[in-house]
Design a binder for this molecule. Structure first.
Ligand SMILES: [Fe+2]
Length: 299
């Protein structure tokens, strides 16, 4: 396995690994470290499908299962992000992720990593469309003024799925229906620390995001709004950004704990995009025994 980092703090390419085969302990240890260090890993030119994507992803944690947008090949842990229509119906989630966010912070148990595998990438004039943008929230934390690090060292913030859902309906003309009472009850707002310590690297990151974070607790709304705006403007600076332009066969895995991402919707309904996804939950990664065992050398 060869890890080739980009010059910036975010992004690396992984080659010389056969994902048709089970991951070896050494390769998994290397990938766990690489993900913590480089945050976004790309495995180009993969020929695997849903079962191998699921098996690869399951090394890192429990996988989310969704009731809708599943891969039709019978793997409830594999969902489809796509605008492709079959028999008049869109087969996947067409407008997923179209605003800066970290997945599942609205949930009590949050996401650790996303693993996405590209099957169809829209092209126009020879250029790929539908890129995914990232921000490095760990590098952004490092550069925060000392006073803000101090002020928010133990602060918590609330995150709410409905806040984002209504934003998508209002600002992005999303056709999604409002969340029902039952759905809102199933996803009550969740509390997380504003700064998060990474369980592998030990580094801190900024763990609030524009899509789901409604407010910092324990202060007036105006102060919370101003602090969140300051944090968001800081994370969005060009030096923390990376744009992944997809190619068919790319397997991309990224660390939710140290990044935001944003799906760019610059392609039309007749420009097919199809990506299969596994959402890896942050359960095992916050279990110290799991990390220690994964990183311990093979005897
Ligand atoms: Fe997302």
């Amino acid at each position: 396995m060869l890890i080739t980092p980009r010059a910036a703090s975010i992004g690396a390419t992984i080659t010389q690994i056969d994902l048709h085969q089970p991951l070896s302990k050494n390769d998994f240890a290397g990938l766990l470290q690489a993900l913590a260090t480089h945050k976004v890993l790309c495995f180009p030119r993969q020929t695997i499908d849903a079962p191998e994507l699921r098996d690869f992803s399951a090394h890192f944690g429990s996988l989310q299962t969704l009731r809708s947008g599943q891969d039709k090949s019978g793997f409830p842990e594999v969902s489809v992000l796509s605008n492709v229509r079959q028999e008049g119906k869109i087969i996947g989630i067409p407008d997923a992720g179209q605003n800066w966010h970290t997945d599942m912070t609205y949930n009590r148990s949050v996401g650790y990593a996303n693993a996405l595998l590209a099957f169809k990438v829209p092209m126009r004039d020879g250029q790929p469309l539908g890129a995914t943008e990232f921000c490095d929230t760990s590098a952004a934390y490092d550069d925060l003024p000392h006073e803000i690090k101090q002020q928010l060292a133990t602060a918590t913030a609330m995150h709410d799925l409905n806040f984002y859902w209504e934003f998508m309906r209002r600002e992005k003309a999303s056709p999604r229906a409002p969340l029902s009472e039952a759905e809102r009850a199933a996803y009550p707002p969740s509390r997380h620390s504003v700064f998060l310590k990474h369980p592998v690297s030990g580094k801190q990151s900024i763990y609030v995001n524009p899509s789901f974070t409604t407010h910092i607790e324990g202060m007036p709304k105006e102060q919370s709004d101003a602090l969140l705006k300051q944090l968001f403007d800081h994370v969005l600076k060009p030096e923390y950004r990376y744009t992944h332009r997809w190619a068919v066969g790319d397997l991309l895995i990224w660390d939710h704990l140290t990044t935001w991402h944003n799906a760019i919707a610059d392609y039309g309904p007749d420009e097919p995009r199809l990506i299969k996804r596994c959402q890896i939950m942050a359960d095992k990664i916050f279990t110290p025994e799991f990390v220690t065992a994964a990183l311990s050398p093979t005897s």
